[in-house]
Design a binder for this molecule. Structure first.
Ligand code: ADP
Length: 649
């Protein structure tokens, strides 16, 4: 617990217990006044002073009750600490009168009066200990007023029995102070335990609320997802059944097959959107920031959506910008694509505008996507970011989207460290905007639109496939064989190592992530790579294929830049990825060979070059995440944009 709330809780409890005793104290003090006046009555010493003193006592007692009433009626009038101070002041005034009044006893000719008055004071001190002992301030402002005058006056008599009485009183004074000390500690511990318990109960209740909300959100998510997934599945089932109809003409069969393909594509698209979202949630998505010209990204995305906009008679305007940004171009492209696709979908006339707004004097700015479309009512501005939420698609027509675009965009912008903002009103169009960081033109290593051309073919490559599922192994083998690869299948790590032992040196190793016997693909790949390195075969392409989303190990692999493909992997995607990885490996080999040649020719210069390259070499730090050097940018961009293009609306 932090100190402040704890101190406040202690103060609040103190106020409660201090003031709780006051009505009883009020009557006790009237009793004390009555007793003292009675014992002095036969021979009142210094009557005016006596009347003043006891009048003050009675007034202080009434004031004490008034303070108690105030506290009950207006507890929030002042802070708990202030109530404690006020109570201490009340104690000081209230207890000073009977304490000082013992002077009258020593003025009286009655020799037993000091003793009787002292007994009264000790009784009052016991009451103070019980009702105020747990607060240092209240205790220490009452007890000295009560007891010190009588101790001093008894000592002053210089008689044996009074001196003994003074010593006993002094001992009593010290003892109740010591007891009050432990009384206070106990009180604080009790309050601390109560506050901790209350804090625990509140945080448990808050966690329960969060868990319930999350569970409700998940239920809503699955209900909507299962509905949207069932629709095309249902259609495919019906259409597939109608293929058995012998009476149907070949033309009807062709039409049915076309519908089946359409529904399979819709299903695939929805799957990819859901998986994209899950990938973002699980934290396996890498952010790789590069310096690049924003205009290139605008150009890329604009060229994708210009035909669609033109088909609806909309103008797509891209504001020219010379800004260099430092951001992840692939993730930014996904954000922009989603926003533009929405802008085109929800605009019937007018224009769509994409541009950058500078953020005042600060570096960086905001990318804005504006449209003159139907707009979004203010009360929907929060809900449009919920999964599967659509403003106006009650019949959940899949052609009008699934409500997953904006939730994905929001997470992507969050991953990039920004916040997605929306400004929109019905009939007045919409503006979506998010921040981008300013970059450095000197840091640009490649044009975004530079494509990998002339990728190496799969023909003649040797591929080692590791998967514990025989049907997948068989499917992969026949696919790779069709591309001209020679394939060796392995059900587990030991099989794979045996294949290497037989002299099979692969150009690529494809490995499933979840293997039998609780082994992971990462472990299998490490073992295979170690054996290959021992036999001098470094730089073999490795690729993990997984259906897993939320594994910490996968997130770590993603951070290391180990290529990971998420199921379902289409043949085209697998092939493009393999070709790019091979191209990357060939480039690395070529560069390494050139470096060796140079070193052989110029031993001394080569050494200094090697030092230089090591200093700036990101590859050295992150073996597979070699994205900072020029040829590797398109590779990673393309790997991610494949997944994006497959999942885009
Ligand atoms: P989808 O577009 O697939 O329905 P999104 O998550 O991208 O899903 O958007 C959620 C909802 O937000 C949409 O159904 C739509 O009603 C609203 N919306 C999003 N972008 C716009 C826009 N540019 N103009 C008007 N409405 C929009």
């Amino acid at each position: 617990m932090r100190a402040d709330p704890m101190q406040r809780a202690i103060d609040e409890d103190l106020v409660r217990v201090l003031y709780a005793q006051d009505p009883i104290a009020f009557f006790s003090h009237w009793f004390s006044i009555a007793v003292l006046v009675a014992i002095y009555w036969p021979n009142i010493p210094s009557p005016p002073l006596f009347i003043a003193c006891f009048g003050f006592y009675a007034a202080a007692n009434c004031g004490s009750l008034a303070l108690w009433i105030c506290n009950r009626r207006y507890p929030d009038l002042v802070t708990p600490r202030a109530w404690i101070y006020l109570h201490a002041l009340r104690g000081m005034l209230l207890y000073s009168a009977p304490g000082v009044a013992i002077w009258f006893a020593f003025q009286s000719p009655q020799t037993d009066l000091p003793l009787l008055h002292t007994v009264m004071l000790v009784t009052l001190a016991a009451g103070v200990f019980m009702s105020n002992g747990f607060d240092l301030l209240n205790f220490s402002t009452a007890i000295p007023f009560l007891l010190l005058p009588s101790i001093v006056l008894h000592f002053g008599t210089h008689t044996f029995d009074r001196t003994i009485l003074a010593i006993v009183l002094a001992f009593f004074f010290c003892a109740i102070n010591v007891y009050a000390l432990s009384y206070r500690k106990l009180f604080q511990r009790v309050v601390q335990a109560r506050v901790d318990q209350q804090y625990l109960a509140e945080s448990l209740a808050a966690q329960k609320r969060v868990a319930e909300e999350a569970s409700l959100a998940k239920t809503r998510f699955f209900a909507a997802a299962s509905h949207d997934l069932r629709q095309p599945l249902h259609a495919i089932g019906l259409l597939a059944a109608s293929l058995n109809d012998a009476a149907a003409t070949p033309l009807q069969h062709a039409k049915t097959a076309e519908h089946i393909v359409y529904n399979v594509e819709a299903l695939n698209q929805l799957f990819n959107q859901v998986l994209d979202l899950a990938r973002l949630e699980s934290g396996v998505t890498q952010v790789i920031r590069l310096h690049f010209r924003l205009s290139e990204l605008f150009e890329r995305v604009g060229s994708q959506y210009r035909p669609q906009a033109a088909a609806k008679g909309l103008a797509l305007r891209i504001a020219p910008t010379a800004m260099v940004v430092h951001d992840d171009p692939v993730l930014l492209e996904r954000v922009l694509s989603n926003l533009l696709s929405n802008a085109v979908r929800y605009t019937e006339e007018g224009a769509i505008w994409v541009g950058l707004r500078r953020a005042g004097q600060r570096s960086g700015g905001y990318i804005e996507v504006r449209d003159s479309g139907i707009g979004i009512p203010a009360e929907e501005h929060e809900r449009i970011f919920e999964e599967f939420y659509q403003v106006a698609n009650p019949q959940r027509d899949a052609r009008q989207g699934h409500g997953l675009g904006l939730p994905t965009v929001k997470r992507l912008v969050g991953l990039l460290g920004g916040e997605l903002q929306v400004r929109s009103a019905p009939g007045r169009g919409s503006v979506f905007r998010f921040p981008v960081q300013a970059g450095d033109a000197g840091g640009i290593v490649a044009s975004l639109n530079e494509a990998v051309t002339g990728g190496p073919s799969a023909q003649g490559r040797r591929v080692l496939c590791i998967d514990d599922d025989p049907s997948i192994l068989e499917g992969l083998a026949s696919l790779l064989a069709r591309w001209g690869c020679s394939v060796r299948g392995a059900r587990h790590e030991i099989d794979a190592l045996e294949a290497l032992g037989d002299g099979f040196v692969p150009d690529a190793v494809l490995c499933d992530y979840q293997l039998a016997n609780h082994r992971t693909g990462a472990q299998a790949l490490t073992a295979v790579r170690n054996v290959l390195a021992q036999t001098g075969h470094d730089g073999v392409v490795t690729l993990l294929i997984t259906g897993d989303m939320a594994s910490a190990e996968l997130a770590a692999l993603a951070l290391q830049g180990i290529p990971v493909l998420h199921k379902p992997v289409t043949p085209a995607r697998l092939r493009r990825t393999l070709e790019m990885l091979w191209q990357q490996a060939d480039l690395d080999k070529g560069r390494a060979a050139a470096a060796v040649e140079r070193r052989a020719g110029e031993p001394r210069r080569a050494q200094s070059e090697l030092n230089e390259s090591n200093e700036g070499n990101e590859v050295g730090r992150e073996p597979q995440n070699s994205l900072q050097t020029k040829p590797q940018i398109p590779l990673r961009n393309q790997m991610q944009s494949q997944s994006q293009s497959e999942s885009q609306q």
